[in-house]
Design a protein around this ligand. Structure first.
Ligand code: TXA
Ligand code: MG
Length: 351
């Protein structure tokens, strides 16, 4: 596909969604909002259309895509069978931010599965996404609609920042809510395994299913992950990010930021809402420190929903060094810390 074509911005009215659906049926790529992040959609049953996703994103072709459906019936052409635990998950969490890895039929092109014999499927909890999939009348393969390696987009503006001129259209449905990508759960084995933490938490899954494991590769950079996408550098700001752990994190960040400014570096601080004023009383923006509030320690869903926008905002300010506070790994905190560690390239400083 030519890479310098105009990207059409659609709105969420019926007429616009029909036009966007038409492009998808014709084998084009259209980005759309979901409750997690924006996805870059294409007809999941058409390998040529799916190839355009990889081209537009610059995505490695060994990284499989998630297929999005609007109705439960749509799954039958995609999977050979649905294990009991998967059924329970669908009843409880769909539509919602949970991707289930299931054994796939040969109708699913290898361009979608990257040659695996499984496929990731989810039903997004977003009115516009569901309408678009239903109008298109086809399942949509859709990875996050960012250039490969960049933070996932939570607004249509983020999508255009990365992919304008490289995709046929984007449906502007306002900001995505959850802010981090769906939980990826492998339900093909005896014990369900979380391959990527997200909005449906381990605690929520265990309440329904009993013991749920976590892919060991998520906590050990040396092991090859089962979810191929997890191994790539991801979510990364242009500047270098460090996570500051421990009790004295505020003091440590102040010390590091002062030293970096002394060296003439442009510094960013990603602060918990509870500590932002403490940083603001030390630094002001004119002095070269950009202080952004990630969200509250008492409601980690606020951190999830602001994280990627904050990383992009640091980039807009040309920040070279970012010091970020850390959060509890309970609930959605597991997903937050997973994305923060990746954004920081696993650079952690203890205070
Ligand atoms: O919230 C989301 O999941 C967003 C929205 C757009 O739905 N999509 C998204 O897609 O994050 P993507 O492509 O950026 O991430 C898909 C993840 C990757 O880590 C990929 O490796 C994994 O899911 N995945 C997909 N199919 C898989 C499979 N058959 N087996 C294991 N992992 C798979
Ligand atoms: Mg992605």
């Amino acid at each position: 596909m030519p890479m310098n074509r105009e990207t059409h911005v659609f709105h969420t009215n019926r007429e616009d969604l029909e036009r966007a659906a038409q492009l998808l049926r014709e084998g084009q790529t259209v980005a759309f909002p979901t409750e997690t992040v924006y996805g870059l959609g294409a007809n999941a049953l058409n390998p040529e259309a799916v190839k355009k996703i990889y081209e537009a994103k610059g995505r490695p072709s060994d990284n499989p895509l998630i297929v999005h459906i609007a109705r439960l019936e749509d799954i039958s052409q995609l999977v050979t069978h649905i294990p009991e635990k998967a059924k329970l998950c669908m009843e409880r969490f769909w539509p919602g931010p949970l991707t289930l890895i299931l054994p796939c039929t040969d109708r699913v092109p290898s361009a979608v599965t990257a040659g695996l014999d499984t496929v990731g499927i989810r039903m997004p909890d977003h009115e516009t996404a569901l309408q678009l999939i239903a109008l298109a009348g086809i399942p949509l393969a859709a990875p996050s609609a960012n250039s490969s390696g960049r933070p996932s987009p939570t607004t249509a503006a983020h999508v255009l920042e990365d992919l304008s001129g490289r995709i046929a259209g984007v449906v502007d449905g306002g900001a995505a809510g959850v802010g981090v990508e769906s939980t990826v759960l492998d339900v093909t084995g005896d014990k369900p395994m979380i391959l990527r933490p997200g909005g449906i938490t381990r605690e929520m899954l265990q309440e329904l299913l009993g013991p749920v494991g976590i892919d060991p590769a998520l906590s050990d950079a040396g092991i090859a992950p089962k979810s191929p996408g997890v191994k790539y550098t991801h979510y990364a700001p242009k500047g270098t990010m460090f996570l500051i752990e421990g009790e004295h994190d505020v003091d440590k960040i102040v010390e590091l930021a002062r030293a970096a400014r002394h060296d003439g570096k442009k510094v960013g601080i990603l602060a918990a809402a509870e500590d932002a004023d403490a940083f603001r009383s030390v630094f002001s923006e004119e002095e070269g420190a950009v202080i952004l509030e990630a969200g509250s320690r008492h409601d980690l869903s606020t951190v999830a929903s602001r994280l990627y926008d904050a990383i992009r905002t640091f980039d807009h300010h040309g920040v070279e060094l970012i010091y970020a506070q850390t959060y509890s790994e309970e609930g959605v905190g597991l997903a937050v810390m997973n994305r923060l560690r990746k954004a920081a390239g696993h650079r952690v400083i203890f205070s």
